[in-house]
Write a protein that binds this ligand. Structure first.
Ligand SMILES: [Zn+2]
Length: 413
């Protein structure tokens, strides 16, 4: 008997069963072909109080979504396929149960909304409603506070693994930074923030830090690649989220000789301006450095990454030695940058500072964090968004790297 219609079931990520009718003469793949353009979230609102909060987001097409929970702090994650968020900032301003709401790209093809709550929270209802004859689709998320016990139960019930879980550090053997094999001198240029983590925002131009850092990182990569025997790589080359440990791991996987992480944060003290170069230390050099490191280290939390406590490191004399050598190299590069910036780029007082930045924790890659200036200062902001200024500063950093390489590495290795 000829069957004209076959019914195909397939499982979507959410675990829901979706029925698709397809003609037997048409391949199922064609019938279920996904639209390539990202979803568009074009409007949103949030209402409620500190006991119940409702979130409504309107999409141009039906969104496949999945709800997850993460603890410390209490968070609800709404994972979506690639989504363009055409929302005004005030439409999803944190309120009710939620103290912070973020949304943006996680990786290619994945977007996320992160709702951070000050109390344990549960999703009471999560559904998509068809609007006006499928002209648009409304995602409704109802949340309510729950007991801590109930939250733990929700956490345990979900069978979920963060897709972007950081790679295990054990995969890359630790090497003394001064004992690299011959080959190009590799520099990992790390544009701070990205995707769902916007970083700071300029007061005048409203430019987000993640765009400033990427623009500068591109200029720096170009300047470095113009040096002989040098290969500069970007940890991210688009507006996507990378966890701090992914950044470290990417540098190590590439056998990087250096990691330079680029930032342009904001401070409460709007009059403070100028560049700072940070190296790692357990104890911060000052309170400004400590608070900046604390804020930078929140990046993973903003994106809804759950923290698995890393096992305490076994005392290892070789690793200790490597860390110490790496530290000495990092300090050398920092000093080289500061001296190249003198009279060329405005520096803050005591421009070489240190604090516990997680992005600087590679045991065997000398790493610095370059705070180009502050988006909270309007004079700095003007420079930070200026491609000509970026190019000039990138050139000076490249010069500093060249000096570092010829003096420190030649003698130390
Ligand atoms: Zn930053």
């Amino acid at each position: 008997m000829l069957r004209l219609l076959t019914e195909t079931f397939f499982r979507v990520a959410a675990g829901a069963i979706v029925a698709v009718l397809s003609l037997s003469l048409v391949t199922p793949a064609l019938a279920v072909s996904a639209t390539a353009a990202p979803l568009l979230a074009f409007s949103a609102r949030i209402a409620g109080d500190d006991a119940r909060t409702r979130l409504i987001i309107d999409f141009d097409r039906k969104p496949d979504f999945k709800v997850h929970y993460v603890a410390n702090p209490y968070r609800v994650l709404i994972d979506l396929p690639e989504t363009a968020f055409g929302l005004k900032a005030e439409e999803l301003e944190a309120r009710g149960i939620f103290s912070d709401i973020r949304y943006g790209t996680m990786a290619a093809g994945r977007s996320r909304i992160v709702l951070t709550a000050s109390r344990p929270v549960g999703v009471v209802l999560a559904e998509v409603q068809e609007e006006q004859g499928a002209a648009s689709y409304r995602l409704v998320i109802d949340t309510a506070i729950v007991t801590d016990q109930a939250f733990q139960a929700l956490m345990e019930k979900q069978s979920w693994q963060e897709a972007a879980a950081p790679a295990s550090a054990e995969q890359t053997p630790v090497m003394l930074p001064g004992s690299r094999a011959d080959g190009p001198f590799v520099i990992a240029v790390d544009a701070g923030h990205g995707g769902i983590d916007n970083g700071a925002r300029g007061g005048v131009t409203k430019t987000e830090e993640k765009h400033v850092t990427l623009a500068f990182a591109r200029q720096l990569t170009e300047a470095l690649n113009a040096l002989p025997g040098t290969r500069a790589i970007l940890t991210r080359d688009k507006d996507e989220f990378l966890s701090l440990s992914q950044r470290v791991q990417l540098a190590r996987n590439e056998g990087a000789n250096l990691l330079i992480s680029i930032h342009a944060d904001t401070l409460k003290q709007k009059d403070i301006r100028g560049a700072t170069v940070y190296t790692i230390s357990d104890k911060a050099s000052d309170s400004l450095a400590a608070s900046l490191a604390e804020r930078e280290n929140l990046s993973d939390q903003i994106a809804g990454i759950s923290f698995v406590d890393e096992p305490a490191e076994v005392a290892d004399i070789l690793l200790d030695l490597t860390r110490r050598e790496t530290q000495a190299f990092s300090i050398n590069l920092a000093q080289s940058i500061v001296s190249n910036f003198k009279d060329q780029v405005l520096l803050i007082n005591n421009p070489h500072r240190h604090a516990g930045f997680r992005v600087l924790t590679a045991p065997d890659v000398p790493s610095i964090l370059l705070e180009l200036g502050f988006m909270s200062n309007k004079d700095d902001e003007k420079l930070l968004v200026d491609p000509a200024w970026q190019k000039k500063v990138a050139g000076l950093v490249a010069k500093a790297v060249e000096q570092y390489r010829s003096t420190v590495v030649a003698n130390g290795g």
